[in-house]
Design a protein. Structure first.
Length: 44
């Protein structure tokens, strides 16, 4: 029973790590996107 429990927890840890990596990668992609600043907001 302990062996099965250990394998199940390892599987859960692997899945959550993959999900976290996917979310972090997509967040980094959005981080680099910077729209152009409107002229009315720029300092002269």
């Amino acid at each position: 029973m302990k062996k099965l429990n250990k394998k199940f927890l390892a599987l859960i840890a692997t899945i959550t790590t993959l999900m976290a990596t996917t979310v972090a990668t997509s967040a980094c992609t959005w981080y680099f996107y910077q729209p152009e600043e409107p002229k009315c907001l720029s300092e002269e």
